[in-house]
Design a protein around this ligand. Structure first.
Ligand code: TYD
Ligand code: MG
Length: 455
């Protein structure tokens, strides 16, 4: 392949980086199907061209000046905290979430807050007309003359508008609608989204404008295909929640300017999003407390710990083979755990129907939830609730031993953050826990100790 023609595009495998001049259904290098995506061959189209406009020079690290004070605060505390104490000038922040979860609402509210404190802000929408944005603003009961809006999807126009106005902050809603005419592929395709993000990153760094990119999450939880945007931007925030639930969680998955342990909790009301000061109480209130068969565990989803409620129902079977119905966890895993419970705890489960469910329609496939499943089944079998605000973690081996799990720290911290006061976890993980842990961590070695600790 000859290089040098800036308009040339190649098809690059998103799995292994193999490139081909034509699209192929299967990557000949790594064998991945449907992984080839059209991309620009050379990054020479970045403003400034291939040669840097100004030569960067190394400097001794102690001479580098910090300007922490320059963080811009939105005044919405839950939001500022997730960002690590406010907006850093020149940062590129990706706000991801399911469609309809409230990303546009959140962004508009944040911009209004900024505009209220005399910051010039710009909202660029590729999804809604100006009238729709105005309608939403009216609904939120906010209006400010320092908030500027434009309906635009063309990357070049967006850059021109931003360069002309140089706002104190700006939002591009959403990155999937932005397109550049340099590429033939449709808006929302991997190459378009990547190209647009690259240019907006450049814009943010060059002008010092903090830029929010709103990104829709695809079904498998990734933002616009492979997690390609996550490593390009400075900060990745996920806005999560269920459509039929009023609570929303804003979570930093990556943050170059702060910790990723913070979450912000909001409530979606008729008049927009309100901050929730005490999230743990809410999480607990959603769950039936002190009910037999309900256990909370923590699973790592991607890079994030998520607390899940496991429910089990054990009921006397009628005639024939007892039923085993399992939703959200592996059927074979549950069969194996039931066998271990029969053998090691001496429970008579062969004449019982067993149903196991992960609430909220979540699927977990990691062994760290084993102990949670066993606890839920035992709790329902004995008809005894698990005491206190307890989170249960651990993998179970065939001899009934509790095996250590990976990433115990983030799980325990998530539990603490969500208001749990006690955590059962493998003995081996106990010594590895990093402080400060203001949660009672109880080590478990074998499944036979479980009953005493749970009830
Ligand atoms: P929206 O911000 O448009 O979602 P996204 O940008 O993530 O796709 O939010 C849409 C939902 O929020 C919609 O179902 C209505 C609801 N909503 C409220 O409940 N109250 C409000 O004040 C607003 C503006 C929206
Ligand atoms: Mg929207």
């Amino acid at each position: 392949m000859k290089s040098g023609k800036p308009s040339r595009t190649v098809f690059v495998c998103q799995g292994c980086g193999y490139n081909a001049p034509k699209w192929m259904g299967k990557c000949p290098e790594c064998g991945e199907w449907d992984s080839l995506v059209e991309e620009r061959q050379s990054p020479t189209l970045l403003p400034g061209g291939a040669t840097p406009a100004k030569q960067s020079r190394p400097v001794p690290i102690h001479t580098v000046e910090m300007d922490q004070q320059r963080r811009i605060k939105s005044g919405m505390q839950e939001f500022d905290r997730v960002l690590g104490g406010g907006l850093v000038p020149g940062s590129l922040i990706l706000v991801g979430g399911d469609p309809g979860i409230g990303k546009s609402t959140l962004m508009l509210q944040i911009l209004h807050r900024l505009a209220d404190s005399k910051h010039q802000v710009l909202y660029i929408s590729g999804e809604e007309s100006l009238e729709q944005i105005k309608l939403r603003s009216d609904r939120l009961g906010v209006s400010s003359e320092d908030l500027w809006v434009v309906s635009e999807v063309d990357l070049e126009s967006i850059r021109a508008v931003a360069n002309e106005m140089v706002p104190n902050a700006m939002v591009v809603d959403s990155i999937q609608t932005v397109f550049t005419r340099e590429l033939a592929s449709a808006p929302g395709s991997v190459s378009q989204v990547r190209e647009a993000t690259l240019h907006l990153m450049h814009l943010a760094k060059q002008t010092g404008i903090p830029i929010f990119l709103v990104g829709h999450v695809t079904k498998d939880g990734a933002i616009a295909g492979p997690r390609l945007l996550e490593h390009m931007v400075d900060t990745v925030l996920y806005f999560e929640g269920e459509q039929n639930n009023i609570f929303r969680i804003l979570r930093a998955v990556k943050n170059r300017f702060g910790s990723t342990n913070e979450i912000g909790v909001f409530e979606m009301r008729d008049s927009g999003l309100c901050e929730v000061a005490n999230p743990s109480a809410i999480f607990l209130s959603k769950r039936p407390s002190l009910v037999p068969g309900s256990v909370v565990t923590a699973s790592i989803e991607g890079s994030r710990p998520i607390l899940l409620e496991l429910q089990a129902l054990v009921a006397r079977a009628g005639f024939g083979t007892p039923r085993r119905t399992v939703l959200g966890v592996d059927y074979n895993r549950v069969s194996l755990l039931v066998a271990v419970m029969e053998k090691k705890l001496g429970l008579q489960l062969m004449n019982q129907d067993i149903f196991v469910n992960v609430t909220g329609g979540v699927k977990v496939d990691e062994p760290a939830v084993d102990l949670g499943i066993v606890s839920a089944i035992a709790s329902s079998f004995f008809d005894k609730p698990v005491k206190g605000a307890t989170v249960v973690l651990g993998e179970i081996g065939l001899t009934g031993e509790i095996r250590s799990i990976g990433q115990a720290d983030p799980r325990v911290h998530e539990a603490r953050k969500m208001g749990f006061t006690r955590c059962l976890l493998p003995q081996d993980n106990l010594k590895g826990l990093k402080g400060p842990v203001d949660i009672e961590a109880v080590g478990v070695q074998t499944i036979s100790e479980l009953a005493d600790l749970l009830f």
